[in-house]
Design a binder for this molecule. Structure first.
Ligand code: K7E
Ligand code: CUA
Length: 766
């Protein structure tokens, strides 16, 4: 028998492989650490750094980082301290592995990001934010913005899937998001490049000061639904000052938000007309403006209807904001980038890209000035401006090109990136003194400490997000990867530990959460549309599979389970619209099946329990194989089928399928194989039921899957016995083989369960 032979040769090659590994292991361990250090030219420092980052096989990372994927429009997930990449999470851009943009469920999510009726299949992701409860990361949701096409995405961390994309109704770009309020009731987005808010009628640049506007949007997050509620969201109209990054107040400053800006000059360029370029006109003055906004009061004004509808969206106009006393400005030096509220909520740290200082503003002083009505002036739109000296706590000279600031677990300790100096400065924001500096490679943008945006940062590690890698890695052409450098901040002196090339767009910001706060599931409730979290109307259970034709619409309600797709043939006429729903019936962890149909540009990833849908028009007659795209079991390649697209009015000329020849002898061998395998199953079942397996949900799931497989055996057994009685050896052999297939899958699950129990300390059942 071919299969028997194949197994035997697989077994013997396995033995050879194992023997080889043992031999290699022996020679490897004969080398001492000193030998390796000498051979690879490693210093003590290198080895220490390696020991601080190495995560041995089977062990896991302490923190999980969610990095923006820059121009890829995705989120990059990696572990800290190992810096091992775990997933590229699909957000704004189609991603085939996850079926994102290739199955109907995810296409519906992407459709939420359409603007002006157009599909936008890329994004420029900048700032991820983790949901917070009382200012602490809770590990439930992730938000990220698209700067290029002003949109915001909601990712549920129960399954790490993008659930929603909302497009900003009044901006044309958006940079100052995503940042969350301390209880994640709102997610903020600030415009970057000012445009007319309605943007339905053309207004020339000559009308910039009068007609162009910036703003901030407060998206209401409904935590129970796990979605943004656009109807409960609102914006505040702001001057055309190129609003940049934002942050929410916390603790004493809860209820307020802060947004800086970088072109308060309102310059509009024109290099092609001989005017000085933007870079000159936007940095001519010494100061720009920090916007200080009472968002809790703004939410009340919105509730009272003190808004104007622009493009169907509620906007609190500047006049209202000024009259109601919710909007103030504070000068900030010079072309700033980054406003970061300290964990205690008392200070706002602003870095001027073109100023060597970081400016630490005091929330108390700002409030005192507002209360006393002490303003130095009004801006051209009538917004009260608080004097810089009336708001400053301290200014600290740190170095050239300060950009972003993050916080340590130690009180008053902050880290600021210095873009021009290519350094990270560690400093004390209470006393205003520099503590340490470390060089990075090269031109750092953002930096990030563990849980560094929360009310109690975890310290330990810092990641420098360097814009240029230059000479750090093996060259891969003129386009270089980005360089994320891991730095140990647990001691007084910072220590550089690791360089990680990031090969997927330019990440702008990254956030990291303690790994134990994340509790993602391993399976869905059977029949779930994972993008809506609702039962899929296309779901069926085992045995209920069907294909329905209505007019020219063919709808398949199918299932996936090791190792077959039901149905295995789909018949259609040319021109039919085909919809295929597939439910993965597996419960075992990591038993994902994929699905595609040749040349129809569809693909779906069906994790255990998920129902996926692909849809296309069968526009050309012919034969199209479909198959499972994940190597899911030993008979994965056999997980296949044919879509038969017939011409209209086609009639068969030949009606019998070709068959191989089988004998009674073959059948007897099948029966022996089945009996032997049953003995293995019985012994595994004996072990599992002898211990407390019910205390292990993962094992219970595997046992359920195995029971499912075994449950199908009697039917196949009856069939092979009936065929044997009629001496139909072909049918007898094939149905006996199917019995064995069910056994093999059950045994595979049983062995996995047994290993799991042994490794996780199962005890004798009473
Ligand atoms: Cu690149 Cu926060 Cu968009 Cu700074 S941003 S570097
Ligand atoms: Cu299912 Cu391969």
């Amino acid at each position: 028998m071919i299969r028997g032979k194949r197994e035997k040769s697989m077994k013997s090659s396995l033995l050879v492989l194992v023997a080889g590994l043992v031999a290699a292991g022996a020679s490897w361990s004969a080398e001492s650490l000193q030998d390796v250090m000498k051979r690879r030219n490693l210093s003590q420092q290198d080895v220490l750094a390696a020991a601080k980052t190495y995560v041995p096989t089977g062990k896991r990372d302490e923190f999980i980082a969610f990095s923006s994927g820059g121009q890829s429009g995705q989120v990059i997930i990696y572990g800290i301290p190992s810096m091992r990449i775990l997933k590229y999470l699909a957000v704004f851009t189609p991603e085939p592995w996850q079926g994102y943009g290739y199955d109907e469920e995810s296409k519906a999510v992407l459709a939420g990001g359409r603007i002006d009726g157009k599909d936008i299949t890329w994004g420029d992701t900048h700032h991820p934010a983790i949901s917070e409860t009382n200012g602490q990361y809770d590990g439930q949701f992730l938000f990220i913005n698209d700067k290029a096409n002003p949109r915001l995405a909601v990712i549920d961390l129960r399954d790490f899937e993008t659930k929603q994309i909302v497009a900003n109704p009044i901006f044309k770009s958006e940079h100052g998001g995503a940042f969350v309020s301390p209880n994640t009731d709102y997610v903020i987005e600030a415009a970057q490049y000012a445009t007319p808010l309605e943007n339905k009628k053309f207004h020339p640049l000559e009308e910039f000061n009068e007609r162009y506007r910036g703003g901030v949007t407060y998206w209401k997050f409904d935590r129970k639904a796990g979605r943004i509620d656009p109807k409960q969201s609102f914006s505040i109209e702001l001057p055309p000052y190129s609003q940049d990054l934002s942050d929410f107040g916390k603790g004493p400053s809860d209820g307020w938000s802060f947004t800086n800006s970088f072109c308060a000059e309102r310059y509009v360029g024109g290099i092609e007309k001989g005017r000085p370029p933007y870079e000159a006109g936007c940095s001519a003055k010494d100061t720009d403006y920090l916007h200080v906004i009472n968002w809790k009061k703004a939410a009340e004004l919105f509730a009272q209807g003190k808004t104007r509808k622009i493009n169907g969206h509620d906007v609190i106009m500047m006049d209202t904001a000024i009259k109601e006393g919710i909007l103030f400005l504070v000068p900030e030096p010079k072309s700033p980038h980054g406003v970061d509220v300290t964990p205690d909520g008392k200070f706002m740290v602003v870095s001027g890209k073109l100023d060597t200082h970081v400016s630490v503003y005091s929330f108390d002083k700002i409030m005192a000035a507002i209360k006393a009505g002490k303003f130095e002036s009004k801006d051209p739109y009538g917004i009260p401006v608080i004097g810089m000296q009336d708001a400053l706590h301290v200014q600290v000279p740190l170095g050239l090109g300060p950009l972003h600031t993050q916080y340590d677990s130690k009180a008053c300790v902050a880290y600021t990136s210095l873009y021009v100096d290519s350094q990270v400065a560690k400093w004390n924001f209470c006393e205003g003194k520099v503590l340490d500096k470390i060089s990075v490679h090269y031109n750092i943008g953002h930096l990030m400490t563990m849980e560094g945006d929360s009310v109690n940062p975890a310290g330990k590690y810092l990641v420098a997000l360097n814009k240029l890698a230059i000479d750090r890695f093996n060259p891969v052409g003129p386009l270089h990867p980005q360089n994320h450098q891991l730095i140990d901040i647990s001691n007084d002196k910072m220590q550089l530990l690791y360089d990680m090339p990031l090969p997927l767009g330019e990440p702008h910001y990254v956030v990291a959460v303690a790994a134990d706060k994340l509790k993602p599931g391993v399976r869905y409730k059977v029949g779930t549309n994972s993008r809506t979290d609702q039962p899929s109307p296309g779901a069926v259970r085992a045995g209920e599979e069907k294909t329905v034709r209505e007019g020219n619409k063919v709808t398949v309600y199918g299932t996936l389970i090791r190792s077959h797709i039901t149905p295995e043939t789909i018949e259609a006429e040319v021109g039919d619209e085909i919809t295929i729903h597939l439910t993965n019936l597996e419960r075992a962890e990591d038993e994902t099946h994929g699905f595609t149909v040749s040349t129809y540009n569809v693909h779906a990833s069906a994790e255990p329990g998920k129902t996926v849908t692909v849809k296309f028009k069968a526009d050309k007659e012919g034969v199209y194989p479909y198959y499972c795209t994940e190597f899911c079991s030993a008979l994965h390649l056999e997980m296949q089928g044919y879509l038969l697209v017939k011409p209209k009015g086609w009639k068969p000329t030949k009606t019998a399928l070709a068959a191989a020849t089988y004998t009674e002898d073959d059948y007897k061998k099948q029966l022996k194989k089945i009996a032997d395998t049953q003995a293995v199953i019985d012994s595994v079942v004996g072990y599992i039921t002898s211990v407390n397996y019910k205390d292990f949900p993962d094992v219970v799931a595997m046992v359920e899957d195995a029971t499912d497989q075994l449950g199908k055996m009697p039917d196949a057994k009856a069939k092979h016995e009936a065929a044997a009685a009629k001496q139909d050896w072909e049918q007898a052999n094939l149905w006996a083989e199917q019995v064995w297939q069910y056994q093999v899958k059950a045994a595979d699950l049983g062995l996995r369960a047994k290993t799991y129990l042994e490794q996780n300390g199962a005890k004798k059942a009473n």
